[in-house]
Design a protein around this ligand. Structure first.
Ligand code: NDP
Ligand code: GDR
Length: 373
């Protein structure tokens, strides 16, 4: 009988790392994650999976490491001897990649090479399957829609260019060394665990705070960008399925539905009973409250709750993403369980709960943390 499978995740402390760890543990895997050393605790998303180090049945382990350190990666992979590696670690913020382009190339691009090369050098090419977290950002400037596995790439940020290298080096190692290495080209996926500075979470947090009078206004960049948003829980299922096929292939994972940022804003406010209408043009466009139907939230009609701040514009933008998930449906049997409405509902509810707690703390004399973006 085959023993339990062993998985190694980079990016275990991120949104996807947390959901994928839960999924793999539920399937009986032994899971190893690489976390970065940080001056503060950075394991909030996986704290509920903590196991006592002295527990002999322990099946979740963390290792210090970094995608910019190849000797560290080689040592961990040698020690863990994984059946599957999910390379989720990355500097994943598109706007920030314009500020840190060299680091982004190193972690997101060369980091992928380091993983592939470590597996090859350690003679694990027949044992270890590799999932590479590729992205719809590869499509960048629109060439054709909906975007599928055969749509040409035109990356529009240092992040996307770094991920382009990660994509092709994964394909190259598969072809050159007969490795089981695959790209999941995932479109945007969100959840209550989403990083606070990505647009969906920024919106749902602001909606909760505005409803509770903890914030006056939400400042955003491009309200017209269109994204194919899914739920991270559905998308980690797809990652797992991609590594269970007979032959290694690349897959687009998307819902096939695209929505404007402004519509996400409207839907999120609607969850707390606030109807918002946009008026004005370009950088002068603003969102105003038309009505507030929930008595527990007192936001006056006519209040300006959304405004545009050009500091959130990107030097080069990706205006439209809409994925074609036909191949993943047919070959993986992957069908998302969540739609956008369900996702927005869950995210707003989680942030309302979060800020109800913070409001209680504030009432007891504690200060609410400042958030830098
Ligand atoms: P997050 O930003 O939530 O998580 C990124 C993870 O990578 C964190 O654990 C972070 O650690 C870690 N990390 C960052 N830099 C390094 C480094 N140098 N070495 C090791 N680890 C590092 O991203 P998501 O979970 O949303 O995304 C997972 C992956 O999927 C990323 O590669 C992202 O680019 C890609 N992707 C995401 C999509 C999405 O919509 N979410 C869509 C398509 C692709 P720390 O917690 O310490 O910061
Ligand atoms: P994205 O996600 O760049 O698609 O990358 P993000 O949520 O940052 O932006 C989506 C769109 O919203 C517009 N936008 C704003 N974005 C942010 N962050 N903040 C704002 O205030 C704001 N206002 C408008 C953006 O311009 C953009 O058009 C995410 C990341 O998870 C990547 O790692 C991943 O590869 C892709 O999704 C698929």
């Amino acid at each position: 009988m085959q023993g339990k499978k062993v998985a190694l995740l980079t990016g275990v402390t991120g949104q996807d790392g947390a959901y994928l760890t839960e999924l793999l543990l539920s399937k009986g895997y032994e899971v190893h994650g690489i976390k970065r050393r940080s001056s503060l605790f950075n394991t909030d998303r996986i704290d509920h999976l903590y196991q006592d180090p002295h527990d002999s049945n322990k099946n979740f382990f963390l290792h210090y490491g970094d995608l910019t350190d190849s000797t560290n990666l080689i040592r961990i992979i040698q020690q863990v001897q994984p059946d599957e590696i999910y390379n989720l670690g990355a500097m994943s913020h598109v706007k920030v990649s314009f500020d840190t382009p060299e680091y982004t190339a190193n972690a997101d691009g060369i980091g992928t090479l380091r993983i592939l090369e470590a597996v090859r050098l350690l003679g694990l090419t027949k044992k270890t399957r590799i999932y590479q977290a590729s992205t719809s950002e590869l499509y960048g400037l629109v060439q054709a829609v909906p975007q599928s596995e055969t749509t040409p790439f035109y990356p529009r940020s240092p992040y996307a260019v770094a991920k382009l290298y990660g994509y092709w080096i994964t394909v190259n190692y598969r072809e050159a060394y007969d490795m089981y290495a695959c790209n999941g080209i995932l479109f945007n996926h969100e959840s209550p665990l989403r990083g606070e500075t990505f647009v969906t979470r920024k919106i749902t947090r602001a909606v909760a705070k505005i409803a509770m009078n903890l914030q006056d206004k939400l400042f955003l960049g491009n309200l017209n960008a269109e994204r194919d948003w899914g739920h991270a829980k559905d998308y980690v299922e797809a990652m797992y399925l991609i590594l269970q096929q007979d032959t290694p292939e690349d897959f687009v994972i998307a819902t096939g539905v695209t929505t404007r940022v402004r519509e996400f804003v409207r839907m999120a406010f609607a969850e707390v009973g606030i109807e918002v209408e946009f008026r004005g043009e370009g950088v002068d466009e603003k969102g105003y409250v038309i009505s507030c139907s929930k008595p527990e939230y007192q936001v006056a009609e006519g209040t300006e709750v959304v405004a545009v701040d050009p500091k959130y514009f990107r030097p080069t933008e990706v205006e439209l993403l809409i994925g074609d998930p036909t191949k993943s449906k047919e070959k993986l049997g992957w069908v998302p369980k969540y739609d956008l409405q369900g996702l927005v509902k869950e995210m707003v509810a989680a942030d309302v709960e979060l800020f109800q707690r913070e409001k209680l703390l504030k009432a007891s004399g504690y200060s609410i943390k400042n958030q830098f973006e």
